[in-house]
Design a protein around this ligand. Structure first.
Ligand SMILES: *[C@@H]1O[C@H](CO)[C@@H](O)[C@H](O)[C@H]1NC(C)=O
Ligand SMILES: *[C@@H]1O[C@H](CO)[C@@H](O)[C@H](O)[C@H]1NC(C)=O
Ligand SMILES: *[C@@H]1O[C@H](CO)[C@@H](O)[C@H](O)[C@H]1NC(C)=O
Length: 387
């Protein structure tokens, strides 16, 4: 018998003998079943009762990781950008800087409009607006009482408006009511809010050839980049801005691959507010993109729930404050996902925690001038305030 476990031919033979015997119908079918079960060898049982259940559990827990790991097979990277060199030094004259880029200098600078859709990034908004303050003509901010995923949210800008008194004379502020459509793709609500932002820009008084910055609140163009582009003539009509990517704070530098922010020479009837690829030109080293750079753990939880790709919170324990604090300090992924890359080499290269960076060189000036207030964004301060 013991041999039978490993030799299915022999098992079949034994069964033929048993099953060949006559008997009542019920007895016959019972013994048939027994024969079939005995017909499976030991390996088959392991497969049926261990490998398959473990496999299904694994797929349930890590399915998204597996599909992400296989991304290079099902998705190819976008067409590469044409990256434009960026020259800057505080001691080089604007005329020389424009010339280095192949541009001329204007007699007076262009007007600059900075337009954002606001969600809950109160601290990032402060740093952003302070960074660009000398060069921005009009700040345009729209907020909704709905997240892109259709969840009701408080009007956090309105509630914190007293913290933004410094822009009051240059602010065009708008509120738009959410549509609260159930089971709709979040990108529809996002597109709806961006169209409203186009209208708000016109209310703010934007005109042809004004510079318009289209970016999320946490994509902060550096002040000198904006100053250069407003002073130089013949700059391209649409430029994407390459930014240094950070996660949680400026302690975790990820890569230089942020490209969604863009700057436009406004053309009435043609320029539309968007946050996807609109041109091939990418202006090197133009600022900072700090994702999930929040002061309070509760803000992380809010953003995780409001995220456009809300399928990412697969398990309730992802929202546990202790886990989130732990993930932040380790530079791990909040959603336990793999890096979004397009080659196996890059995925494997970026797997695991983001290394700590101890450089706080070339960061927004306002951040360093107010380091006590923004400690949590600087290296060595990953602990967040609860509440
Ligand atoms: C910048 O220019 C000033 C005045 O011309 C000079 O004193 C200073 O050394 C220069 N700094 C650098 C870093 O070149
Ligand atoms: C959202 O805002 C709109 C317009 O301000 C308002 O009519 C609507 O009642 C608000 N909805 C909720 C759920 O707060
Ligand atoms: C990112 O860009 C900066 C400035 O151009 C450069 O010093 C740094 O080495 C780059 N880092 C990576 C990882 O590409």
């Amino acid at each position: 018998m013991s041999e039978g476990y490993y030799n299915s031919k022999k098992t079949d033979d034994i069964c033929d003998d048993v099953c060949g015997q006559q008997g009542t119908r019920a007895a016959l079918s019972m013994s048939r079943l027994r024969c079939i079960l005995r017909g499976f060898d030991f390996k088959t049982y392991i497969f049926l009762f261990i490998v398959i259940p473990v496999g299904i559990l694994g797929l349930y827990l890590h399915g998204q990781k597996i599909t992400y790991f296989l991304r290079p097979l099902w998705e190819s990277p976008q067409k590469p950008f044409h990256e434009i060199p960026h020259y800057y030094h505080e001691n080089v004259s604007m005329e020389s800087l424009c010339k280095l880029h192949g541009w001329g200098i204007r007699e007076s600078p262009r007007r600059v409009f900075d337009a954002v859709l606001f969600n809950n990034e109160v601290d990032m908004l402060t740093i952003r607006w302070k960074e660009m303050y000398p060069y921005v003509t009009q700040y345009v901010l729209l907020e909704s009482n709905s997240t892109f995923t259709g969840i009701v949210k408080p009007l956090l800008f309105a509630n914190n408006r007293d913290r933004f008194k410094f822009v009051e004379s240059r602010l065009t502020y708008g509120v738009i009511g959410g549509r609260f459509k159930r089971d709709e793709n979040p990108f529809v609500e996002e597109a709806y809010q961006r169209v409203a932002l186009d209208q708000l820009l016109r209310i703010g008084g934007i005109e042809d050839d004004d510079l318009l910055i289209m970016s999320d609140v946490d994509e902060i163009p550096s002040a000198h980049t904006i100053n250069l582009l407003r002073w130089c003539d013949n700059i391209p009509s649409v430029l994407h801005l390459q930014m240094r990517n950070y996660l949680y704070s400026f302690e975790f530098f990820l890569d230089n691959k942020s490209w969604r922010a863009s700057i436009h020479r406004y053309q009435t009837g043609k320029t539309r507010y968007a946050h996807y690829r609109q041109a091939d030109l990418l202006f090197s080293d133009s600022g900072w993109h700090c994702s999930f750079c929040f002061r309070h753990i509760s803000e992380f939880i809010f953003k995780m729930k409001a995220y456009s790709h809300n399928d990412r919170v697969r398990f309730p324990h992802y929202l546990n404050p202790d886990r989130i604090q732990d993930v932040i300090c380790k530079g791990d992924d909040l959603f336990d996902m793999l890096p979004e890359e397009y080659t196996f080499k890059e995925i494997i290269g970026k797997m695991g925690s983001i290394p700590h960076s101890y450089s706080a060189v070339h960061l927004p000036a306002y951040l360093l001038n107010n380091a006590d207030e923004y400690r949590f964004l600087l290296p060595g301060n990953c602990r967040r305030e609860s509440g």
